[in-house]
Design a protein around this ligand. Structure first.
Ligand SMILES: Cc1cc2nc3c(=O)[nH]c(=O)nc-3n(C[C@H](O)[C@H](O)[C@H](O)COP(=O)(O)OP(=O)(O)OC[C@H]3O[C@@H](n4cnc5c(N)ncnc54)[C@H](O)[C@@H]3O)c2cc1C
Length: 88
């Protein structure tokens, strides 16, 4: 049987992750992206632990860890929820 092949429509993180995974599994992949070029937007992003694990599984953990920095403790505080938790 010949090589399996796939066409992935969209070169965002979702499409590129799928393409990467398929290529690692031996598929031939063509990514179709409507944007004329992919360029940095000059912004940082926060990656949740499950996203980091996914990149590790795709063999991209080393490149990620070379460029990323760990974020310290963070949280979302909602005033109403806190008032409820600690009534006057
Ligand atoms: C301001 C902002 C900040 C964010 N910050 C974070 C963050 O810190 N951490 C985080 O985890 N997430 C963040 N997100 C969310 C994250 O960007 C999205 O969840 C993620 O980019 C979605 O990826 P995607 O591949 O599904 O879609 P997209 O990134 O939207 O990619 C879809 C791609 O498909 C292409 N496309 C669409 N239709 C076609 C077509 N018909 N033919 C060819 N190509 C097509 C588009 O051009 C695009 O490149 C942020 C989003 C925004 C807007």
């Amino acid at each position: 049987m010949g090589q399996l092949s796939a066409v992935v429509v969209g070169g965002g993180i979702g499409g590129l992750a799928v393409a990467r995974g398929l290529i690692r599994a031996g598929w031939g992949v063509q990514v179709l992206e409507q944007a004329p070029e992919l360029r940095p937007l000059g912004a940082g992003i926060t990656l949740a632990p499950n996203a980091v694990r996914a990149l590790d599984a795709l063999g991209l953990g080393g490149a990620l860890h070379d460029r990323a920095m760990a974020q310290g403790a963070a949280g979302i505080r909602v005033r109403r929820a806190m008032d409820h938790a600690h009534p006057p």
